[in-house]
Design a protein around this ligand. Structure first.
Ligand SMILES: N[C@@H](CCC(=O)N[C@@H](CS)C(=O)NCC(=O)O)C(=O)O
Length: 212
């Protein structure tokens, strides 16, 4: 019997969108639970980190998008999110880790709120922070794609995978922060290829229940 999968997320939860894309690429059925509509204490019982996403698998909760993605990839190996080639696999993992740790983690809302509310940084300063780390990050990712041995449709191959599902939500964040993305044609080409695919479309914020 198939596992029951419940994803605790929010419409604009970009770490959660990574997982939503992965679940959709694997063709899995999963249920959306909106964390902002939950009582905080109730969510703390599910995920003491109080971060989205969290994936409930038949009553067992897995947290942190990287760990969830690893679980999903091992449990449902096809279609693969990662190449069997150890080098391409490592490169895709590094790309995803760069997005998650060097771009997303330093620019999430709670950090921006801390700068503003606890450290007295004004709105322009917070915007500068958000744009700086994202624009720097996108230029690193663009350079990474420029060094590939082939001009694949997706980041590390001709099928979408691990790196792509990290990139797409982060590009949306970049736009929200007012970053100029025009200097990153390779990233935009990957985005355009992903945007045409149903698993990516179905995972995007505007297609989540209760989107406004
Ligand atoms: N490293 C975590 C990041 C999770 C994360 O930062 N999620 C944000 C939304 S994208 C969140 O839950 N924010 C709520 C808060 O900070 O209170 C992961 O990859 O799962």
């Amino acid at each position: 019997m198939a596992e029951r999968l419940t994803l605790y997320t929010a419409t604009r939860n970009s770490a959660g969108e990574r997982v939503r894309i992965a679940l959709n690429l694997k063709g899995l059925d999963w249920a959306f639970v909106s964390v902002p509509d939950m009582d905080k204490a109730e969510f703390a019982r599910i995920n003491p980190q109080l971060l989205m996403p969290a994936l409930d698998v038949d009553g067992i909760v897995i947290v942190q998008s990287g760990a969830i993605l690893d679980y999903v990839e091992r449990r449902w190996p096809t279609p693969a999110l990662l190449s069997e080639d150890p080098i391409l696999r490592a490169q895709a993992l590094a790309f995803g880790q760069y997005v998650a740790a060097e771009m997303h983690a330093v620019t999430i809302t709670r950090n921006a709120n801390f700068l503003e509310n606890e450290m007295g940084v004004d709105e322009a300063g917070v915007t500068l922070w958000l744009q700086h780390w994202n624009t720097l990050g996108f230029s690193v990712l663009e350079d990474t794609l420029a060094r590939r041995p082939a001009n694949w449709t997706f980041c590390f191959g001709d099928n979408p995978g691990w790196a792509d599902l990290h990139l797409i939500p982060q590009l949306r964040n970049g736009r929200r922060f007012g970053c100029d993305l025009s200097a990153f044609p390779r990233l935009l080409a990957v985005e355009s290829a992903c945007s045409a695919l149903a698993p990516f479309k179905a995972a995007s914020p505007e297609n989540m229940p209760g989107f406004q």
